[in-house]
Write a protein that binds this ligand. Structure first.
Ligand SMILES: CC(C)(COP(=O)(O)OP(=O)(O)OC[C@H]1O[C@@H](n2cnc3c(N)ncnc32)[C@H](O)[C@@H]1OP(=O)(O)O)[C@@H](O)C(=O)NCCC(=O)NCCS
Length: 170
């Protein structure tokens, strides 16, 4: 089976925080950061499999500390674990105070992408090979997170089967 190193999907994006990016606390709006996360993670997934990919789930986004207009925000993302057609991507958000240079882990996120073939059907992806200690730790814990996703997917399906599609004004 084809294999790719984690480093082959590693992607970085650094941005400033502009006035249009902040919420009423004058810190980065969470929705803006989530858009950055989905964007960079999809690039990592595409680099890993060199196929079309779709976001199957955003498994978690943990906002650990506020991001201020005086910070730069750097996102780092890479594929940590692979199933058959699915890829788990980890995104680490690091802020840097541009005056002092102090760095903080501001958020972390796990997402799952699925590779699609020309007919938009899920298709096998290369296995991922971790090398660094951080990559090995994330890879080793990937199977447990995949099991949790499977359980959540089943629960979510069961839950949505009982939801109505009628709008309140109808
Ligand atoms: C994701 C999607 C392609 C899966 O298709 P499917 O027909 O359900 O495919 P399968 O049941 O065969 O699952 C294929 C893989 O996706 C994984 N998967 C499916 N739904 C998932 C979910 N909600 N979370 C995590 N993984 C999921 C399965 O575990 C499986 O992984 P594996 O091949 O590594 O074992 C399909 O549900 C889809 O197109 N969803 C919409 C995606 C989208 O529009 N994203 C943009 C959001 S705006």
């Amino acid at each position: 089976m084809e294999q790719r190193f984690v480093k082959e999907s590693r992607t970085y994006k650094t941005s400033r925080i502009f006035p249009t990016d902040v919420n009423n606390h004058n810190t980065l709006f969470g929705g803006k950061l989530m858009a950055y996360i989905d964007d960079i993670a999809s690039i990592s997934a595409s680099k890993h499999c060199r196929r079309s990919v779709v976001t199957a789930s955003t498994d978690s986004v943990d906002f650990l500390s506020p991001i201020r207009p005086t910070d730069s925000v750097c996102l780092e993302s890479f594929v940590t674990w692979t199933g058959k057609s699915s890829m788990e991507v980890f995104v680490k958000v690091i802020t840097e105070d541009l005056k002092t240079g102090e760095r903080t882990i501001a958020a972390t996120s796990f997402l799952t992408f699925v590779a699609l073939d020309e007919n938009k059907r899920p298709v096998q992806v290369p296995q991922v090979i971790p090398e660094t200690e951080e990559e090995r730790r994330l890879n080793a814990t990937g199977t447990r997170r995949a099991e949790m996703r499977k359980t959540r997917r089943e629960q979510s399906k069961e839950f949505s089967d009982h939801l109505i599609t009628r709008f309140p004004w109808e």
